[in-house]
Design a protein around this ligand. Sequence first.
Ligand code: AMP
Length: 281
Amino acid sequence: MEIFYEIAPLKKKLAALKLQNKTIGFVATMGALHQGHISLVEKSNKENDFTVVSIFVNPTQFNNKEDLEKYPRNLEADFRLLEDNECDMVFAPAVAEMYPEEDTRKFELGDVAQVMEGKYRPGHFNGVCLIVSKLLDIVNPDNAYFGQKDYQQIAVIRAMVKKYMHGFKGNIVSCPIVREKDGLALSSRNSHLDEGQRKSAVIISQTLFKAKELSDKGATCKEIEEFIKKSIATDANLCLEYVEIADKDTLLTIKESKPKNAVICITVYDGKTRLIDNILL
Ligand code: AMP
């Protein structure tokens, strides 16, 4: 596995591979890697000749300074895990490499970037677009893999590529959520949870699974939402930030009484840790 800290040598290496008609898969991460990230690496390995993983805690997507400072970092362990999982190239740049000067681009993507996370984390998706557009530009992969764990993020990235990256011909590939045995969606932020909070966290996914059952049995959006609010409120560690039953493509709130082509997106504070999860109906 080759490790790159700078853009130029990575681009040189990739240009040589492309001259040999090799296909490149790409996985963008913020490190503190877990099996969720590795599932993307495995898919990329299967579908491409070479896999590049980036590890970069992107400051422009954090709208909360403390969250950025606290974000778990463990580069050496990440390198080992990637090596063990047959990653070919890692790109782990410093902030100054990615942002030699302030990047003032503004991405206007409409509703898809304004609802839910867009509303509760102002500036977050603009920061995501800044970094993902740079990374896609550098790596120019045939396939870029993103997890459905960040459901809205994939929709935003697709919209960004369509509107702003006409030269990009690769595919944005959406991959299923990897969960712990008890259902908790894997997340780097789970490492912030203490034992009690970890127990509480399970309620989030269990609530979503039950919500899907209710929906399958014909419940209305209102009934499903009320069930979710009540279920999260049963645990003293948990505080619901929002729950939305939204159209799975436009991400707009479903107006019809029963959900159709819908995704439930939920954000819950477990103590001070902000956890997100979702389920397709
Ligand atoms: P992050 O390091 O949190 O920015 O995530 C990097 C990529 O891994 C994103 O595309 C995430 O959606 C994806 N990812 C994170 N957690 C999971 C998970 N539990 N299952 C599937 N993909 C995930």
